[in-house]
Design a protein around this ligand. Structure first.
Ligand SMILES: [Zn+2]
Length: 289
């Protein structure tokens, strides 16, 4: 098999369309085909940390439009392509080449064929807004809990104790929002976190939203920065908050300015779990059209 090249990805720049060449095709279950392109605007769902859902859209060929029903992450190792949940390694693992797999029904376009890749722009816009809201809410959560720590711990991009990073269990970006699940147990208490800071969740919501209201509609730019344009390349999210710029690792897509945000709200809900507290932060964002 000819060597499969790493996919160049254009979605970090906000692209939703582009011309590409089919470099490989792999049969998948159910008569589907995984189509690999040399470059793509399609954001695939990550296997190890599936926070932002995959793009959907179409591949346009000379013969018509082929719907892309799913976009997965693939890895090539020793000439063998492994797709989606079968991938045994994290993105960026040494010795692997990472690719975007466009899943289509039927055989799909032929290797060597030129296609016009087009992402559903409405879904992308909704997920980009949701992903930006997710990052902002987690930074505001860290700020709101900064006085709940009795010891020095790792800090976040804004310099506050990194509650989000230390307590997060799962993070899911949704259309114009996100759902983040946190767990406070023995290890976080040992690090110096006082769980009584979570006793009054309504007051905590208000503190988070006070920060988010300050940020929403301000003029700061938002962007993804990178040197390596392949799928596995390191990328970071930079945002000019009113209090100063922040930067953190991120593989997703985003709004381009805080000015686009009209309103950002959070809802917290706690549930007891053995040995600790689990709570969910549901974030919602409204953007200007
Ligand atoms: Zn992110």
């Amino acid at each position: 098999m000819a060597q499969i090249p790493a996919t160049v990805v254009t979605y970090p720049d906000g692209e939703v369309a582009g011309t590409a060449t089919v470099v490989h095709a792999v049969p998948l279950e159910g008569g589907r085909t995984g189509v690999l392109l040399d470059r793509t605007p399609f954001h695939p769902v990550d296997t190890a940390w599936p926070d932002q859902p995959a793009d959907v859209g179409v591949l346009r060929t000379a013969d018509g439009e082929i719907p892309v029903v799913a976009t997965l992450t693939g890895g090539v190792h020793d000439g063998e392509l492994v797709v989606g949940s079968d991938l045994p390694v994290r993105m960026g693992t040494e010795g692997w080449t990472f690719v975007v797999v466009h899943v289509v029904d039927g055989p799909g376009p032929a290797v060597g064929e030129s296609v016009e890749a087009g992402v559903d722009p409405e879904l992308r816009a909704a997920l980009s807004a949701g992903h930006t809201a997710c990052h902002l809410a987690s930074l505001a959560l860290d700020a709101a809990l900064s006085d709940a720590w009795t010891k020095d711990v790792t800090t976040d991009a804004a310099g506050h104790p990194a509650f989000d990073m230390l307590a997060i269990q799962t993070s899911r970006i949704t259309s114009y929002g996100s759902t983040d699940v946190y767990r406070v147990g023995k290890s976080l208490r040992k690090k110096g976190f006082d769980p009584s800071a979570l006793d009054d969740l309504r007051a905590l919501e208000q503190r988070i939203e006070a920060t988010l209201t300050e940020w929403a509609g301000s003029s700061g730019g938002i962007g993804i920065h990178r040197d390596d344009h392949t799928l596995a390349g390191r990328r970071s999210w930079r945002c000019e908050l009113p209090g100063g710029p922040v930067e953190l690792p991120c593989g997703g897509t985003h709004l381009t300015s805080l000015a686009q945000i009209e309103r950002l709200t959070v809802a917290l809900e706690a549930s007891g779990v053995p040995g600790g507290i689990q709570f969910t932060m549901t974030t919602s964002v409204t953007v200007s059209r």
